[in-house]
Each structure stands twice: as structure tokens, then as C-alpha cells.
Design a protein around this ligand. Structure first.
Ligand SMILES: [Cu+2]
Length: 112
């Protein structure tokens, strides 16, 4: 019967984690998009540790109305003053480039 207790605990845990997901992400790394591009334009994160970036566009005077991570096929629109959360894979040590929708404001996440 121990196995079934374990499975029940695991299921409850997964449901709890799942429910908390759409909420705010306190550990997220904040990145601002404005006329200067992305700030900070480079972030380093620890390999193997889950990382969420929170992109917020704070100006209409910028072409960074979207953020693109070409290596992981992620493209997200950045509505004004609304945080957009992106989970970055950290399983391998590498540099993940991110830019605006036109490939400008080249920035990076360094996983090491
Ligand atoms: Cu651009």
C-alpha cells in the first residue's frame, strides 16, 4: 500500500504545482524593452536551475514589440507594460541569443 500513498502524494503535489503556474513568478528575472533595447542585455544563469525571464516593454518608442529566441524557436509579442514570461531551458551550457522581432538589439542569456 505504500506505493499507492506515494502516488497520491505525488499527484497532489503535481496538481498544486500546476495550479500555481499561471500566477506571478517571484523568481523571474526582469528584463525591460524600451528605446535602448533590452535591459539588461545579458543575463547569466546557472545550468540546470529553472529560469524564467519576465520581459516588460515600457515604451512605444521602440521596435522591440516582440522578443525572439532563434535557438529555441520562441517568439513572443510584448504588449506595453505587461510582463511576458518565458521559461529558458538551462539543461546545457550555452549562450542563447534574443533579439527584437527584426533581429535587432542582440542580447543573450548565458547558461553556465
Ligand atoms: Cu527591431
Amino acid at each position: 500500500m505504500r506505493a499507492s500513498v506515494f502516488v497520491t502524494v505525488l499527484a497532489v503535489l503535481l496538481v498544486t504545482l500546476g495550479c500555481s503556474k499561471p500566477a506571478q513568478k517571484p523568481g523571474a528575472i526582469a528584463i525591460t524593452a524600451d528605446q535602448k533595447g533590452f535591459t539588461p542585455s545579458s543575463v547569466s544563469v546557472d545550468k540546470g536551475k529553472p529560469v524564467t525571464l519576465a520581459f516588460t516593454r515600457t515604451s512605444n518608442d521602440t521596435c522591440a514589440t516582440a522578443v525572439v529566441f532563434p535557438e529555441i524557436n520562441v517568439k513572443k509579442d510584448l504588449p506595453l507594460d505587461t510582463p511576458v514570461y518565458i521559461d529558458v531551458p538551462t539543461d546545457t551550457a550555452r549562450t542563447l541569443k534574443f533579439t527584437c522581432g527584426m533581429g535587432m538589439f542582440e542580447s543573450s542569456v548565458v547558461v553556465r
